[in-house]
Design a protein around this ligand. Structure first.
Ligand code: ADP
Ligand code: NA
Length: 325
């Protein structure tokens, strides 16, 4: 077994978030609108995932594109201080780093204001250095549809190269931005070993509404393991052996579910790297997400591996009864 430089390569968005809260619908009626605080935070599915997996103890290379601008340097600075490998981040003077301004109402309702010329929209296959793929065991494509220029053709190019290098391929998705359909990515799905859509996204993609039907349709596209997130119930898994639900952590009070999915993927990938069985990977994913939802922000919850391991110990205790029955 050759020792690789990295454990995971993550492809996807690395942006800056500006959450503003609380903001009400009357914001335009006044000249000045004070909020409780305005701070820049890092965001983007790939950057969130890179941050959490690094905190869980593994070596991550982030593949993304940003501009040569203040938010771009903010992203680089975060990566450097968090030990995320920046070798494969393309800083492009022609691009503007995406900023996501979040208007959050007191009741949690939210709207995001995004730049349609931002790096998230301009990130493309040509920005990738494919020679990087030999450096890691797992490839995570943070979210299909999040960077719209990664269409089926681009995804197949990346995934087939990853398979040549013997990598395990993981991917998540977001809702299509350009009204893409299942048919548009069917071929790319066939390369994925572990796919982490949430139930709502999976329904939208498949046009189905029943859990088992939704998962079957995706499985029949060639995904080896469909790991569908089902919120506070945990996740629904479908593979060649059949299907099972791996329940979520009990007694969790969710205060912010932003980034729960990114944390779920991070926990799952961490467990895969540690050689755990499928069910154990799903348990670890649930525990990582459960820590995350109890804190504000996508990377505000999981600060170190101990927090997730403590949640895992509680999980085992809470479910001991049931396992013994
Ligand atoms: P997404 O964030 O992608 O929309 P979900 O809302 O399904 O995905 O949540 C992702 C994961 O977060 C779930 O699979 C589960 O493990 C965990 N989770 C979410 N809400 C709760 C909750 N109330 N209690 C415990 N775990 C939760
Ligand atoms: Na998600």
């Amino acid at each position: 077994k050759v020792d690789k430089k990295l454990d995971v390569i993550i492809i996807g968005a690395a942006i800056v978030d500006l959450p503003l809260r609380p903001v009400s619908k009357e914001v335009f009626d006044v000249v000045s609108y004070p909020v409780d605080g305005i701070t820049m935070t890092i965001g983007g599915d790939a950057l969130n995932e890179s941050t959490i997996i690094t905190r869980l103890g593994h070596r991550v290379g982030l593949m993304s594109c940003i501009g040569v601008d203040v938010p771009g340097w903010f992203v680089i600075d975060h990566c450097k201080s968090n030990n995320i490998d920046t070798t494969y981040i393309k800083q492009d003077p022609e691009k503007v780093t995406s900023i996501n301004v979040g208007l959050v109402a007191a009741d949690g309702e939210r709207t995001f204001i995004t730049n349609r010329q931002g790096s998230l929209w301009k990130f493309c296959y040509e920005d990738l250095d494919m020679s990087a793929l030999k450096d890691a065991r797992i490839l995570s494509f943070a979210s299909i549809f999040n960077n719209p220029l990664f269409d089926n053709k681009a995804l197949v190019s990346v995934f087939s190269k990853a398979k040549e290098e013997g990598m395990i391929i993981c991917a998540d998705m977001v809702s299509p931005k350009l009204d893409e359909k299942l048919e548009d990515i069917r071929e790319a799905l066939g390369y994925i070993d572990y796919f982490f859509p949430n139930f709502e996204e999976a329904c939208e993609l498949t046009g189905e509404t029943e859990e088992d039907r939704v998962a079957d349709v995706i499985y029949n596209c060639g995904v080896k393991n469909v790991i569908m997130k089902i919120g506070k119930r945990g996740c629904y898994i479908r593979n060649a052996e059949g299907s099972m639900i791996v329940p979520a952590c009990k007694g969790v009070t969710a205060i912010d579910t932003i980034g729960a999915g990114d944390n779920f993927a991070s926990g799952f990938i961490t467990a895969l790297l540690e050689g755990k069985e499928l069910r154990e990977c799903a348990v670890y994913a649930n525990c990582t997400a459960a820590v995350s939802v109890q804190y504000v922000g996508a990377t505000g919850g999981v600060k170190n591996k101990q927090m997730v391991d403590d949640m895992l110990a509680k999980y085992r205790e809470d479910y001991k009864q049931q396992i013994n029955e």
